[in-house]
Design a protein around this ligand. Structure first.
Ligand SMILES: Nc1ncnc2c1ncn2[C@@H]1O[C@H](COP(=O)(O)OP(=O)(O)OP(=O)(O)O)[C@@H](O)[C@H]1O
Length: 372
């Protein structure tokens, strides 16, 4: 009898422990519930970021989450002081607010390879540690998911259903729309009702979701502003959001190829922040090369860093200040160098083996001679 009681006690303690969200979420991906929208662990990526989100809200945990995000951005995102500041400010406001009036909506703009996808992934990882692999993080590519101009009506319907279904399952879902500049104008207006200041739409609240648009539209305006700063001898770090924000929103609204051309989303001021990405200089490209070498487990070799940076192309043609693909081709270029380095190391390795064998043979010969 006592044994049965003990077994029941242990079983119920175990069930209680296993059903505790914190324990459970160490092993199964969980949707952060009420208010807990940022992972305070500060770990990045699916591998290292498996720590359970801190369930149960407190301002302290939101602040820790934002600090963790700041640390990630400080360490990993180069040359983007504006994007960093704006996103941190936006996320701090959003996660400090226990009942936001609308979802967080960010529109990221800039030249290719300047870090828009990269920053979105870092942000998504803070909400859902598995990042893009999380079932609560959704990435749409205009050319892949909405390729045909004559199917806009169908896309709108599908998009609404998809978002409704996913936010019902997880209010803190993250939706990233890449290649907005290739999106047919009008498709994106389908999500306008979800971005607006409604408490609920058909019984679903979208107020804890995060929507991120990525676009090259406005990149030329940002580049021109950055170049003007450079020409007038001012520091890049002194460019302020107010120098670019109005220029961007108007530029994007009036740009037929922005995906937001005359969009009611801009019209209704539903975009919380326009986030500008500055063109990257050679020193930033070098930082990307070093980060990539370190990530691959190599000691940083400054000769290779310089060689990769030299292979990139820069604009304007005369001054050659900004990398025209940002850091985008760094990985591919490093692959080639890595190949060369490996071959050289192998060749060196074979040479060393031969030299060692030669020495051994000589030693054997010497012993044989002595024996004779
Ligand atoms: N500012 C940056 N700091 C650190 N790494 C960067 C930065 N920009 C780009 N990278 C590196 O280059 C890769 C490609 O950049 P990313 O995909 O974020 O560019 P993008 O701005 O989204 O470009 P596109 O507009 O062409 O999609 C990233 O995965 C990252 O490794």
């Amino acid at each position: 009898m006592a044994r049965v009681g003990l077994a029941l006690g242990v079983a119920s303690a175990l069930t209680g422990y296993l059903s505790h969200p914190r324990f459970y979420c160490n092993y199964v991906e969980c949707c952060p519930r009420d208010g807990q929208r940022l992972n305070a662990s500060g770990t990045a990526g699916a591998g290292g970021g498996r720590a359970a989100p801190e369930l149960g809200r407190s301002l302290g945990s939101a602040a820790r989450g934002v600090r963790a995000l700041k640390a990630q951005l400080d360490n990993r995102l180069f040359g983007q002081h504006l994007a960093k500041d704006v996103v941190l400010k936006a996320v701090l406001g959003f996660s400090n607010n226990p009942s936001p009036k609308k979802p967080l909506m960010l529109s990221l703009h800039g030249w290719a390879g300047t870090g828009k996808n990269f920053l979105s992934q870092i942000l998504a990882e803070q909400v859902h540690p598995a990042g893009l692999r999380s079932k609560y993080v959704h990435l749409f590519l205009a050319t892949l998911h909405f390729p045909h101009h004559d199917q806009v009506k169908l896309y709108k319907e599908q998009l609404q259903n998809w978002i409704r279904g996913n936010v019902s399952a997880c209010p803190s879902s993250v939706f990233i729309f890449d290649e907005m500049d290739k999106m047919h104008p009008g498709v994106i207006d389908a999500i306008k009702p979800f971005l607006d200041y409604y408490e609920e739409v058909d019984g679903v609240s979208y107020r804890k979701a995060i929507f991120i648009f990525l676009s090259n539209a406005g990149g030329d305006l940002i580049n021109k502003a950055a170049l003007d700063f450079w020409i007038s001898g001012k520091r890049r770090e002194d460019i302020q959001l107010k120098d670019l924000e109005a220029l961007l929103s108007v530029g994007v609204f009036n740009n037929k190829n922005s995906g937001l051309w005359h969009s009611s989303i801009i019209d209704r001021n539903l975009i919380d922040y326009f986030v500008p990405f500055l063109p990257l200089e050679q020193r930033h490209v070098k930082m990307c090369v070093r980060a990539e070498m370190t990530a691959r487990g190599y000691a940083v070799d400054e000769n290779i860093v310089q060689a990769v940076a030299d292979e990139m192309t820069y604009f304007p043609k005369e001054q050659r200040i900004y990398s025209d693909k940002g850091c985008k081709t760094v990985q591919a270029k490093l692959d080639i160098h890595e190949d060369l380095v490996m071959r050289e190391m192998k060749a060196r390795g074979v040479g060393q083996l031969l030299a060692a064998a030669h020495t051994s043979l000589k030693e054997i010969d010497a012993v044989s001679v002595r024996k004779v």
